[in-house]
Design a protein around this ligand. Structure first.
Ligand code: SF4
Length: 292
């Protein structure tokens, strides 16, 4: 009897990054789209699950690795970036993606962001920015707009919100982009582009939390404000133009704000190794032997 389970030699087996677990996010949560777009991007790039690691911290968004078939770690609050850095340094051949919430990234783990940027470590940092702490049921986060009433700001948020895109540009990030969870098709392409960027790529995804901030109607408002960046209307290599865009709130600019070809951390390390080799620097083992 013919073996019907065998894949014909000419047909490539379909790789799926979904592991079959059903997301527990609320209906309408932007995180569903981010998951769909990330899976689409990884599959479009023909990456292999065994060569991919998705590292998160804590929060609604950080549940994401639990729905994927690749390596994943739903780690500790604010520490997704250093853990992902360790994964990348120890296994440089892996593609490492960090889905993270706005609070996890810019409050609890805020100190790690600047150092990942200055190292230009090869990670893709996807902020699912819903301007609230969703998992803990609706407290103000670093990106909550002024005047917003939340569980912790009964009279309206009074601390000036972070502008993630402006902050990342000011830090010197080599890839800064904004996406929108209401446009999964565009988001898929944006993620695929960011994953291929050598060095740290940062995408701030406007990812609504309809349960604790804004309801479902915000999708309509945001969609009306959407403005796609193209080579005709924006030069992504112009830092000043990108900076101007980060401050323009009259529209929701979507796409790559800034891109700078720059040596990644691993490339720098490789060049240092070559330099040391040329100078005939002693191997660490030889130095250690002196003290044995
Ligand atoms: Fe999404 Fe908000 Fe529900 Fe969390 S609480 S799953 S962020 S809609």
């Amino acid at each position: 009897m013919a073996d019907t389970t065998t894949t014909p030699a000419t047909e490539e087996p379909k790789i799926s990054f979904r592991n079959g677990n059903k997301p527990v996010w609320c209906p309408g949560c932007g995180d569903h789209s981010v998951l769909g777009a990330l899976v689409g991007a990884l599959e479009r790039l023909k990456l292999k699950p065994e060569m991919t690691a998705v590292i998160s911290g804590i929060g609604c968004s950080s549940r994401l690795p639990g729905y994927l078939s690749c390596y994943g770690f739903n780690s500790i609050h604010g520490r997704a970036i250093p853990i992902a850095t360790g994964v990348k340094l120890s296994r440089p051949e892996l593609t490492v993606v960090v889905p993270i919430g706005d609070g996890d990234c810019f409050a609890i783990g805020g100190g790690h962001v600047a150092h990942a940027v200055r190292r230009n470590i090869d990670l893709t940092l996807i902020v699912m920015d819903n301007e609230i702490y969703g998992l803990t049921k609706g407290q103000a986060s670093p990106t909550t707009p002024l005047g917003t009433k939340t569980k912790t700001t009964a009279y309206g948020a009074y601390e000036k919100p972070f502008n993630p895109l402006e902050v990342m540009l000011a830090y010197g990030c080599s890839y800064v982009a904004q996406g929108f969870a209401g446009d999964i098709k565009y988001l898929t392409g944006l993620f695929a582009d960011a994953i291929q960027h050598p060095g740290l790529s940062f995408i701030d995804v406007v990812s609504p939390c309809p349960t604790y901030r804004g309801g479902m109607e915000q999708y309509k408002t945001l969609r009306a404000m959407q403005h796609i960046l193209t080579p005709e209307n924006h030069n992504e290599h112009d830092w000043d133009a990108a900076h101007k865009l980060t401050r323009d709130k009259s529209q929701m600019h979507i796409g790559v704000f800034y891109r700078e070809p720059r040596e990644s951390y691993l490339e720098t390390q490789e060049h240092l190794r070559e330099k040391a080799h040329k100078l005939k620097a002693q191997a660490v083992e030889d130095i250690a032997n002196v003290y044995r």
